[in-house]
Structures are given as structure tokens and as C-alpha cells.
Design a protein around this ligand. Structure first.
Ligand code: NAP
Length: 470
């Protein structure tokens, strides 16, 4: 059968729903549009009115250049065959069966909504927080705008050696006057101005060679005004396995070089400190009156595994450090969605080359696909999602000849709009988002900032009602 007689032609456009408006979702749309032999109509649904996922709600406010990637997403959204429905929650406002009724193919692009647990006593004491929530709070994530962080202690611990841990440590010690020129939330800036934090202790369970952070982020620590980076000489005495790993790992080599430079720097007593500890695992968070007071660490040694990886193994030697807060930055984790298979261990949707797969029935879930962190877990930079989404789209295109299309009576693109008008009358279009965007940018101009964000959904919707916005 030729493509002309198939779904994906001018008379029978392929109807695709994308759930989630982060980078992976946008790159999936881009990739579909790049298949110029294919005529497709894409509807993107997003829980919040504002699109862009972690580019808006995760990327640190002092990393503005990274956020300019949204211009690419704006271009994709300009395609007349693309529609955006924000402020629509999948699972309540719109259900899996609705999508299956109105779309030939569905792409799940909702990322990893939660955080990994450490599984140690004291993890839930007041003052112990997932870094992901703190990041959301200072970035105006609508789930966290009404939280508050008491930054009145002098020393905090950040657990983990990934780039999120680096972001959190940096934001905690950066001079608030510098952050005041970014799009950090006003309420966070105010708290950071009142902060008494003098020392951030970063706790890496493995050594500097195995650290997940990238070298530009480590170098940034050294460029922070009024901040000293403390490195311990013993941590740079590398074991044989780590030494050997350097030969094939440029990032680790650069990191070790950078850490050596920090070793030789002079400290200034009145500076804030980032103390980088390696080969230590928190085994307990201790509290007083229900609030974090200290963290007990076990020293680790590295043990090479048969598969070539390197594991941290406790030595039975312990140490107690007093801290007033703990930020657990040990990774994001996906959450299960009703109706879709879920891999509990990895927090992902099981898939084969992006095709959703149910291990229980050993069957593919027809018409369902997955991209981004929901597909591969919380790893990689924004750009990693581009080839990842293109690979899923290749599977979708490959499946077209065997696709069971939705019935003709359900193909009218207006049907979903009619449904939303009933289920979620205050849904947001891309044009609405652009009005919100313009209002945020205008609020920023007066203060010399890229934007001042609206942080709650009601505030965003209210902004659309203002005469100078519309
Ligand atoms: P990540 O890179 O996977 O780092 C997680 C860290 O947590 C690792 O150091 C890991 O150590 C540690 N960890 C895990 N379980 C632990 C435990 N039980 N005890 C102690 N430490 C534990 O995750 P992430 O920092 O959340 O970042 C997610 C992704 O976003 C990454 O790909 C990251 O590069 C990316 N990102 C990029 C930027 C940027 O480009 N500037 C900024 C933010 C995030 P092990 O290595 O020993 O497992």
C-alpha cells in the first residue's frame, strides 16, 4: 500500500498528541515536521499554562544563555499544524481514552516528575529536602511557589555530585545582588538575601573521577565572587582504577585538573565556602526537635566491578558533621501514570526504541510512544533529547503501514477543542502563552532582568485577563 492511500496524507493527516511541553516533546514535534513526506497534525498538552518544562523550571537562573533554546521551540510552535493546550492535566482533564479516541499516535514526554529517595533514617526531617523541589522553588515551578526555605543556619549539606547538586550549591553561595539580575523568583531572592549560610558541604559518594558533574559547572565554582572552594588533598590521591579511567574520560581529567587548582588557592576567612568532600555516604540524618541537626557519614572506598563500573563501598569508618539543612540531590525519578506500564526501578515507561511496551503482556501498546526522561531516565543535557526524540519518531513513522487509524468520525481536530471547552475551559493556547511571556518580560525590563515570572497558575491566568496583556 502506498503512503498516498495511508494516514499521513493531505486528506488523512496523521493525528498526533504529545503529552508534555519540555524539550523532548518539542524535539519530537520538530522531528515529525521534518518528515516532509508525512502530513501530520500535532496537539501538545501541558500540565502548566507555561511550556518548556525543565528549561523554564529547572535550568538555573544564572544560566540564561541555556534558556535561549526556547527560540527553537517557538519556531516549531509557529507551524500551522501545531497546536498547544496548556493548563491541561493528563489523567484528569484529559484521559488516556480521550487521546486514544482522537489521535492515531500518542507521545508521552512528561519527564521525571519526582525525586529518588536515599532510604536512610532522618530523610524526612524538617530541613531535609529533595534538591529538585528547591530548584523548582527558586525557578517558579507552579507546584512549589508557596513553599518556604529557612536559610538561617550556617552550614548545609548537598548530597550528590551531579549538575543539579552543583546548581543548588552555587545558588546557595552566590551573592544575591548577582542573582537579582536573573529571572530567579523574587520570593527566593528575598530568602537568599536573608540567608545566614556560610558553608555548603558537597557530599560525593564516589571519587572526583566518578563525579557526574561537568567541568564548566566545576569551573564556575572558582569564579564565584566571595566564595572559596575547599578541596581535600587525600581525595585527589587517585586509586589505580580511577587513574586508569582518566585516559578515556576528558571530563574527569579536566575535573581533576580543576580540583588541583582549587587545592592551591588561598582561602579568605570571611568568604563563603563550598567544601567538596568525596568518598563519603550519608547513612543517617540526625535531628533535634524534628529538625535537621547533623548528618552521619560513612567513609567509602572504591571497588571496581566485573562490568567495568566502580562502586562505593562503606569502610565502617564514620564521622558526624553538624548541618542545619540537607539537600538530597541524588537524581530525579519518573512517576507511574494510570493505564501505562511502568518500570518502578528505573522510573521509566518500558519501551522498545520508543514504542511503549508492556512487560506483563509482552506486547507493545499500540499507538503509544515515549521520549525524553520518561523513556531513558533522568540523564543527559537538553540537546540529548533531540536524537532521542528523533529515534522514537523513526519508530512511529516505521509503524505507519501497520497502524490502526482512529475512525473517520473522530478525525476532526475541533472535537478535542470541544471536549476541552467542557473539561477545562481555561486551557491555554500558544498565543495565550506568548501574552504571558510578554507580560513577564515587560515586568523584568524595569528591573534590568530577563523576566519576572508568574509563579502560580492562578497568577498566570489572571495575567491574561489584564487589559494591557491582551
Ligand atoms: P545525576 O547527574 O545522575 O547525578 C546524581 C548524583 O547523585 C550522582 O553523583 C550520584 O552518584 C549521586 N547519588 C545517587 N544516589 C546516591 C546515594 N544514595 N547517595 C549518595 N549519592 C547518590 O543527576 P542530576 O544531578 O539530578 O542531573 C540530572 C541530569 O540533568 C543530568 O544528566 C545532568 O547532567 C543534567 N543537568 C545538567 C545541567 C547543566 O547542563 N548545567 C544542570 C542540571 C542538570 P553516583 O555517580 O555514585 O551514582
Amino acid at each position: 500500500m502506498s503512503l498516498e492511500q495511508q494516514i499521513g496524507t493531505a486528506t488523512q493527516p496523521l493525528r498526533v498528541a504529545i503529552i508534555g511541553a519540555g524539550p523532548a516533546g518539542f524535539y519530537a514535534a520538530e522531528s515529525l515536521f521534518k518528515h516532509t513526506e508525512l502530513n501530520c497534525q500535532i496537539d501538545m498538552f501541558n500540565r502548566f499554562p507555561t511550556p518548556f518544562g525543565l528549561v523554564r523550571e529547572g535550568v538555573a537562573p544564572d544560566h540564561q544563555t541555556i534558556k535561549s533554546v526556547t527560540r527553537i521551540y517557538d519556531k516549531i510552535a509557529e507551524n500551522p499544524k501545531f497546536r498547544y493546550f496548556g493548563n491541561v492535566t493528563f489523567g484528569s482533564d484529559i484521559l488516556l481514552e480521550d487521546l486514544q479516541k482522537y489521535y492515531d499516535q500518542i507521545i508521552f514526554a512528561f519527564g521525571a516528575q519526582s525525586d529518588r529517595r536515599m532510604g536512610i533514617p532522618g530523610e524526612d526531617l524538617l530541613g531535609s529536602y529533595p534538591a529538585t523541589i528547591f530548584v523548582g522553588w527558586y525557578n517558579g515551578h507552579p507546584d512549589y511557589w508557596n513553599l518556604d526555605f529557612d536559610l538561617s543556619c550556617e552550614r548545609v549539606a548537598v548530597v550528590g555530585n551531579g549538575n543539579v547538586a552543583m546548581d543548588v550549591a552555587r545558588i546557595l553561595v552566590t551573592n544575591p545582588d548577582e542573582l537579582a539580575t536573573t529571572d530567579i523568583c523574587d520570593y527566593s531572592l528575598e530568602r537568599l538575601r536573608q540567608s545566614k549560610i556560610k558553608e555548603v558541604i558537597m557530599l560525593g559518594r564516589r571519587g572526583p573521577v566518578q563525579a557526574a558533574f561537568t567541568n564548566p559547572e566545576l569551573k564556575e565554582f572558582g569564579e564565584l565572587a566571595g566564595v572559596d572552594v575547599i578541596v581535600h588533598p587525600a581525595d585527589l590521591e587517585l586509586d589505580e582504577t580511577s587513574q586508569a579511567a582518566l585516559a578515556s574520560d576528558k571530563n574527569a581529567t579536566r575535573n581533576v585538573e580543576t580540583l588541583k587548582k582549587y587545592l592551591n588557592r588561598e582561602q579568605t576567612p570571611e568568604h563563603r565556602k563550598i567544601d567538596m568532600r568525596f568518598l563519603v555516604s550519608p547513612v543517617e540524618i540526625l535531628g533535634e526537635d524534628g529538625k535537621v541537626k547533623a548528618v552521619r557519614l560513612e567513609k567509602n572506598r572504591l571497588v571496581a566491578q566485573a562490568d567495568g563500573s566502580v562502586k562505593a563501598v562503606g569502610t565502617g569508618e564514620y564521622e558526624l558533621i553538624e548541618v542545619g539543612m540537607v539537600f538530597r540531590s541524588v537524581g530525579y525519578k519518573g512517576v507511574a501514570v494510570p493505564g501505562l506500564p511502568f518500570d518502578e526501578k528505573n522510573g521509566t515507561i518500558p519501551n522498545k526504541a520508543g514504542r511503549v511496551y508492556d512487560p506483563q503482556t509482552d506486547q507493545l501498546v499500540a499507538g503509544s510512544y515515549v521520549v525524553g526522561w520518561a523513556k531513558r531516565g533522568p540523564s543527559g543535557i537538553i540537546g540529548t533529547n533531540k536524537p532521542d526524540s528523533a529515534a522514537t519518531v523513526a519508530s512511529m513513522v516505521g509503524d505507519l503501514l501497520t497502524l490502526t487509524p482512529i475512525p473517520d468520525e473522530n478525525r476532526d481536530p475541533e472535537l478535542i477543542v470541544e471536549l476541552l471547552k467542557v473539561r477545562k475551559p481555561d486551557y491555554i493556547t500558544y498565543a495565550h502563552w506568548q501574552l504571558i511571556n510578554r507580560a513577564e518580560v515587560e515586568r523584568g525590563v524595569a528591573q534590568g532582568r530577563p523576566r519576572v515570572k508568574f509563579t502560580s497558575v492562578p497568577e498566570m491566568l489572571e495575567a491574561l485577563k489584564q487589559p494591557d496583556t491582551v
